[in-house]
Design a binder for this molecule. Structure first.
Ligand code: SME
Length: 149
C-alpha cells in the first residue's frame, strides 16, 4: 500500500502528464480506490450553477447524478467549502443514500482562488472509516485537481 506522500507524489506526476481534466479525474478516483480498498465508492462532482454534477467515479452506479447545493452531505460540503466527515451516515439527516452498504462518508471540496469548483466524495462500507489522515491526503489530492480543472 502506498503511503500518503507516495500517493500525492504520483498524483502530481499524473497531473502534469494528463491529457485533460477528465482523464486526470478518472485516474485519480481509480488510484484512490486501488490504494485504499475501504474507499468503496470514489467520485468527483463538479459544480455547475447551483448543482453538483457527477463526473468520473468508481463503485456502484448512484442515483445521485446531480445534487442541488442545498441537498445531501455533498451539498453541505460544497456550500461551506469545508471537508465533511460523517462517521455514521444513517444518523445524519442530510444523507442521500447511494448504496445500502454505505456506513460512512467523507466529502472534500476542490477549491481554487476561494471558489468551490467541485468535490471528491468517498463512501465506505465500514463505519467511521475516515480519520485525519484521510482528510490530509484528500485535501492534498483536491489541491492538485484544483490546479487542473
Ligand atoms: N451520500 C451523498 C450522495 C452522493 S452518493 O454517496 C454517491 C450525499 O449525502 O450527499
Amino acid at each position: 500500500m502506498m503511503d500518503k506522500s507516495q500517493i500525492v507524489h504520483l498524483l502530481a506526476q499524473m497531473a502534469s502528464d494528463a491529457s485533460g481534466p477528465e482523464s486526470l479525474m478518472a485516474e485519480t478516483v481509480s488510484l484512490l480506490q486501488r490504494e485504499r480498498p475501504h474507499y468503496n465508492w470514489v467520485g468527483v462532482y463538479l459544480l455547475e450553477g447551483n448543482e453538483l454534477v457527477l463526473g468520473p467515479y468508481v463503485g456502484k452506479p448512484t442515483p445521485h447524478m446531480r445534487i442541488p447545493l442545498d441537498k445531501g452531505i455533498c451539498g453541505a460540503a460544497a456550500s461551506s467549502g469545508r471537508t465533511l466527515i460523517v462517521d455514521d451516515v444513517n444518523a445524519d439527516p442530510r444523507y442521500l443514500a447511494c448504496s445500502l452498504e454505505t456506513r460512512s462518508e467523507i466529502v472534500v471540496p476542490i477549491i481554487r482562488d476561494a471558489r468551490v469548483l467541485g468535490e471528491i466524495d468517498i463512501d465506505s462500507d465500514q463505519p467511521a472509516a475516515f480519520a485525519e489522515d484521510d482528510r490530509t491526503l484528500l485535501e492534498a489530492v483536491a489541491e492538485i485537481l484544483a490546479a487542473k480543472l
